[in-house]
Design a protein around this ligand. Sequence first.
Ligand code: GLU
Length: 282
Amino acid sequence: MSFDSEYPTVTRFAPSPTGLLHLGHAYSALFAMEKANQTGGRFLLRIEDIDPERCRIEFEDTIYEDLSWLGLTWEMPVRRQSEHLGEYAKAISTLQEIEVLYPCFCTRKDIKATIHANFGPDGPLYPGTCRGLSQKECKTRESNGEDFALRLDIVKALKGLSSSIQWNDLAHGKIIAKPEIFGDVVLARKNTPTSYHLAATLDDHIQGITLVTRGEDLFLSTHVHRLLQKLLGLRTPDYHHHPLLTDNEGRRYAKRDRSLSLKALRDDGNSPDQIRQMAGLE
Ligand code: GLU
């Protein structure tokens, strides 16, 4: 699909180093770089490594090797999210100042044990158990060392909006954002001052991304990202959620299929051109 833009487009590829990249990632990265090149724009790389338990430096190193081998070039420096936790913490403080966050002390087990009336894209919606806790109780529980997450009070957040919010999706048209589908989504945790939603939204702004390209599996997340942009006063880029690549049986590629990783495919002697072909790009 050609994309007409008067301005040079800035795109990015934002993998999480939690496993080896596969053909679907190759497609997504090449797609993003092509969109930038079509307008003489810029292509950036971001490493989404906020989860120290799942992210590994070996996977990050292999991401650079795979992408260079495929012929991708990106502008330096690479933005590594783990080096920017202070910026996410600042955004969390802003959201606290406008009183749209509350601490939630529920464990996964507590949440599982409640009766769920509503379901969202990530499963049952949080039933709001901690929404009404007094400030005093929250302070006491926090100083007792209890674990907590910071949740968005979606009703309060939406109440502050004067009109509906929307985004322009090059694959799907104009979309009215409905962030309430996620309910009171978690935006940070006690030891990690961010979540995927907050870090990705803030980074797209800070990196000056004008077109966010990513797979359709993240389409629904954009409803929350659009609200965060509004609450934090960030620019709204255009989006292009592309279809996900599937194997011959119609299954999405997954990081657990190691034999289909880009590393395995290149170790088996495939060329970058063959990978482009397998990804349906030639
Ligand atoms: N880090 C995400 C992933 O690897 C992609 C995030 C995004 O493109 O917004 O699936």
